[in-house]
Design a protein around this ligand. Structure first.
Ligand code: SF4
Length: 324
């Protein structure tokens, strides 16, 4: 596509966005041109919170399906669209509502904490949702005598166990993209760039061996904030490579090295400018969460928000605490 064609496409998208009274949200791992065009760019929860604040009637979520579902759960009165319905997530697909129900049956009375990277069905079966930003806070809020089932990311679960000292049952899920980040490559990057600080996401499959090499283990928004505010000038970035676009934009004088060029999420990259335009034209693909599942999922998300961000989000209180 030529630059002129691209600019024409962007003009058409912005015009239609206005006509549809839509808001465009883009995850930090999206293609750069989608991040630049979006009204908000951020992590999945941050985007959902932004969506709830806007008067827009339509939310176009440039991200993956579970993120658009989360936006639909939290914004039941808005139409939520995703430009490519095949934009799934390997991590979210590693546990279903049915398999979580079976796991719960093996551990009666256990508290279920699920990482936000899960389907609406799994959210509905969970007591709490967490993000990589607030996972430590959520786990610390659960009474120490309670058994905890943590799903679906075993590496985030391992990180939380290490930090809190809390034993949990971990579902053996992982993200195939963060699994491509490798300890030996990080060691050689550190040798090549001795000034660079290594910042990593806790979803990395090399977590146990990479953590001792890391200057910081942070969520995507945490990585962005740290690199923006730090006095350091060079960073090795251990997460999906799409984040480098925003990192570079926010800190043009700093240098960022991807920990693994191949850590690019094929699902995230399915969304394109053309598909975004078609999505606004046809009002497709609609992301609809059945009401009962949405109601239960909302309770688990609201519990998280009450712990991590008290008073920071406009919502009704959670309906009931998890069973004792
Ligand atoms: S990077 Fe991993 S966790 Fe994130 S959407 Fe892609 S597959 Fe899922």
């Amino acid at each position: 596509m030529t630059e002129t064609e691209k600019q024409g496409l962007i003009r058409d998208i912005l015009k239609l966005k206005k006509e549809r009274q839509a808001v465009i949200l883009a995850h930090n791992y999206q293609r750069g041109e989608l991040q630049d065009l979006a009204d908000f760019t951020g992590d999945s929860l941050g985007l959902t919170q932004q969506a709830a604040k806007t008067p827009a009637k339509v939310i176009v979520f440039c991200g993956v399906h579970f993120m658009a579902e989360t936006a639909a759960i939290m914004n039941p009165d808005k139409l939520v669209l995703i430009p490519d319905k095949e934009a799934g997530c390997s991590l979210a697909s590693m546990i279903s509502g049915e398999s979580l129900r079976r796991w719960k049956a093996e551990h009666p009375g256990a508290v279920v904490v699920s990482y936000i990277n899960c389907t609406a069905d799994v959210k509905a079966e969970s007591d709490y949702i967490c993000t990589s930003t607030n996972a430590l806070k959520i786990i610390e809020a659960i009474p120490p005598d309670r058994e905890i089932l943590f799903a679906p990311d075993q590496f985030l679960g391992t990180f939380v166990q290490k930090k809190t000292g809390r034993k949990m049952h971990l579902w053996p899920g992982y993200c195939h993209v963060h699994n491509r980040i490798d300890t030996e490559k990080i060691k050689s990057l550190k040798n090549e760039h001795p000034e660079a600080k290594f910042v990593m996401h806790p979803e990395c499959g090399c977590l146990t061996s990479c953590m001792p090499l890391a200057d910081k283990v942070l969520s995507t928004e945490g990585i962005l904030k740290h690199c923006r505010e730090s006095e350091d000038k060079q960073f090795i970035v251990g997460t999906e490579v799409g984040i480098l676009h925003r990192l570079q934009k926010e800190s043009p004088a700093k240098v960022f090295f991807p920990a693994a060029e191949e850590a690019s999420c094929e699902f995230m990259k399915l969304n394109t400018l053309e598909k975004l335009l078609w999505s606004l034209e046809d009002l497709e693909y609609k992301v609809i969460v059945p009401e009962e599942i949405a109601r239960k999922g909302r309770i688990a998300i609201q519990r998280m928000l009450e712990i991590s961000d008290p008073g920071g989000y406009s919502r009704p209180p959670a309906e009931k605490p998890p069973a004792d």
